[in-house]
Design a protein around this ligand. Sequence first.
Ligand code: FAD
Ligand code: NAD
Length: 467
Amino acid sequence: MDQFDVVVIGSGPGGYISAIRCAQLGFKVAIVEKYNSLGGTCLNVGCIPSKALLDSSEHYFNAVHHFEKHGIKIKDIKPDIKQMIERKRQVVKENSDGVAYLMKKNKITVFNGIGSFVSPQQIKVNSEKSTQELSAKYFIIATGSKPSSLPGIEIDKKQIITSTEALELETIPKHLIVIGGGVIGLELGSVFARLGSKVSVIEYMDRIIPTMDGALSKELQRLLKKNLGFEFYLQHKVLSAIKKSKEVIVTAQNKNAENIELKGDYVLVAVGRRPYTENLGLENAGVKLDEKGRIVVNDLLQTTQPHIYAIGDVVRGPMLAHKAEEEGVFVAEVIAGQKPHINYLLIPGVVYTWPEVASVGYTEEQLKEQNIPYKVGQFPFKASGRAKASMDTDGFIKVLAHKTTDEILGVHMIAPRAADLIAEAVVAMEYKATAEDIGRICHPHPTFSEAFKEACLDAFEKRPLNF
Ligand code: FAD
Ligand code: NAD
């Protein structure tokens, strides 16, 4: 039997980053991954491939709709979805090979196969070829999540699909019906709408991206309608999706209990993801799950067995790659006896539509609910010189600051490159900056980042300089 200090199960952003940090701290480390390609959901069927297709489709959309205005004439522009998928596969492979290289570099032993606990101190790794047994002083479970579905819907993986199949689709749907107006639905909906599909989104709540600040939901819905022709059915509960010859018929009920029927050639089910704990043998290790099927952990991310930790999508909290990574580093340092810290309030969330949407800290709804006094500052991109130059004038940055102390409590933006811009807000909030602090810091001109400074000046004393 092979013996290690730490065995990590799952090689997603949580698992592989944790393995690297454990190795840096001097532990003898193994990582176990069910698939041959390392990197988990994020690298193989999540963050990276979706962004690859978002970029390709955005280039196509710009070529068709914006190039002429920029003074670039191209004839006969056509999307080649097969090539887009091929490029995406290359991007995934490069990233996954990169993780394999990092495992080697850090002297981490990789086992391919399904890891399952035999006892609290031991796991077996089953692959097609062999079964191996590993023991360790500590285990880190980082097995991630899988797409959820709905009662009344059978995912056939051909026309009724999840994000995993959507990322491999080699035909452009004529009419894509998306169930769920959350992150996946809007990102992948954008990919196909840009390539020419009609996209209809059916959302159960009264707004899309319902966990983000309400102003973002409203503006994103307006822009997706205006720019990409999205159709939205809010406050609709999907009852069924049934295949009839080449079509899929989706039935949903509105708030007045009336049924509507939509017909499309593809249905993307994007109603969230569930923690993945199947075949882990948790019962043999004495590791408990909560009512939502997540592994129960304490503040140190220890499971009900103190030497077994769990991180990422398989535990509570937002299902985000960077959250999984932070937790991966955190547990490695806890095991090493250090005192790390994660500020869960400051984990940013991003939606990679165009413009992008990004958020950190409290939403306006949360501040109201918690009776925290606040003031609002806002700056629209139509007043930004940089945005005018690049024809990206949609969107705004909204800053929420404490009414009396002026400390920044939340930043919400729908903006060109919001995914990158939000990092400044995270740093500012991590250091407890006030709106005045940011308003007095020099930002390069012309940049999109100036809009953050301006929104802060607006929050501070209602004195933006360029609006
Ligand atoms: P995962 O990445 O899910 O990795 C878990 C790994 O464990 C998998 O490789 C799995 O095969 C393996 N495993 C499971 N059970 C076993 C077992 N018993 N033995 C061995 N191996 C096992 N997040 C972002 O932050 N930004 C984004 O832009 C983004 N885009 C996304 C787009 C899509 C379409 C999807 C689906 C998700 C996206 N996410 C994004 C979410 C992100 O992918 C997850 O939050 C992240 O991958 C979670 O990391 P993890 O390490 O917890 O688990
Ligand atoms: P989500 O939670 O973002 O959105 C699911 C949506 O489906 C919600 O708006 C919900 O109200 C709606 N819904 C639920 N039941 C419904 C029903 N019966 N009928 C109609 N609508 C219904 O989940 P997702 O989009 O599937 O993404 C899964 C996870 O992956 C998310 O937690 C997300 O954080 C992560 N992810 C992140 C990114 C990113 O960071 N850019 C991208 C993709 C995925």
